[in-house]
Design a protein around this ligand. Structure first.
Ligand code: SF4
Ligand code: SF4
Ligand code: SF4
Length: 292
């Protein structure tokens, strides 16, 4: 039976970068502690602030980003921290291209993976506009956050949200989370923090960035790829958090190339037909010359 869509609201203004969420995800899902991607790339120390995970991967289903911003005279500074994972998109590029049905929509509205059905073709890796899903060298299949499907089936919230000491991550029904997010943005704006807006859904908030290199730029809530069931409250442009401002679904990328392929096929067909007719006419002319 279908239930209300579940998701998470990520309020980045409350994140302290403690990484309890990352550790909780590793523990609950029994993910390997050695990051195979880091080992593959000979990268164990990124030297990028306090971030030694680098990005989401088959063994890191959650990743806390650290963005350091300084004023031109380097007198003022701020850290933007954001705990990232799969967004469990309403229109999920990964799911749309999966040829085997390994990626599927659960009764909670999340996007899960049947590991035994995945053939490791990696179509989904290229189709995710957020670079979330990753090929697992150990298993030959793909992995990503599955919104703790086993916990949801047991009526528990997600492990990462449960571990977060500041409530930067909140698990719940997406409709309730949207109401919570709208209220939070309104409260921040009332306090003068007008750079707060929502990435994932358009809840109607409009504001202006108050600090950092984009100071003065207009910001507004953004609904992307039909809505994200894991969505974010941000204080600067999406690109600052390495999020796309206009993520594209795979078929939008494929349509122009499919059109080009069809036109090419038509041109080849017409050219081939013309060549065939020319050769036939030459043959007819040659045979009439012989008979005369
Ligand atoms: S974020 Fe990427 S992996 Fe997650 S549901 Fe959306 S398209 Fe799929
Ligand atoms: S919802 Fe579960 S699987 Fe996803 S990042 Fe959080 S702990 Fe990991
Ligand atoms: S547990 Fe909460 S505060 Fe700590 S890094 Fe994760 S989201 Fe941020």
């Amino acid at each position: 039976m279908a239930t209300a869509t579940k998701g998470m609201f990520v309020d980045t203004t409350l994140c302290t970068g403690c990484k309890a969420c990352q550790v909780a995800c590793k523990q609950w899902n029994e993910l390997p502690m050695d990051d195979e991607t880091a080992v593959r790339e000979h990268r164990a120390f990124t030297a990028n602030s306090y971030d030694n995970t680098g990005h989401l991967s088959a063994s890191n289903w959650r990743h806390v980003k650290f963005v350091e911003q300084f004023s031109e005279d380097r007198v003022d500074a701020r850290w933007l921290m954001m705990s990232d994972s799969c967004k469990h998109c309403e229109q999920a590029g990964c799911l749309e291209v999966c040829p085997t049905g390994a990626l599927y929509r659960t009764q909670h509205g999340s996007v899960d993976i049947h590991q035994d059905v995945c053939i490791g073709c990696r179509y989904c890796v290229g189709a995710c506009p957020f670079g979330v899903i990753d090929y697992n060298q150990r298993t030959g299949r793909v992995n990503k956050c599955i919104l703790c499907q086993d916990r949801l089936e047991d009526s528990q919230g997600t492990a990462c949200a449960k571990a977060c000491p500041t409530s930067s991550l909140t698990f719940g029904n997406v409709d309730d989370l949207k109401a919570m997010a709208a209220e939070r943005v309104r409260a921040l704006h009332a306090r003068g923090q007008t750079d707060a807006y929502i990435y994932g859904w358009d809840l109607g908030n409009r504001g202006t960035i108050t600090q950092g290199p984009n100071k003065g730029a207009a910001v507004a809530d953004m609904e992307v790829v039909g809505g994200l069931n894991v969505f974010y409250l941000l204080l600067d442009k999406p690109e600052v958090y390495s999020l796309p401002s206009s993520p594209q679904l795979p078929q939008r990328n494929m349509n122009p190339s499919a059109g080009v392929a069809l036109i090419s096929a038509a041109v080849l067909g017409v050219t081939g037909l013309a060549a065939f007719r020319r050769r036939r006419m030459e043959a007819v002319a040659a045979s009439s010359e012989v008979s005369s």
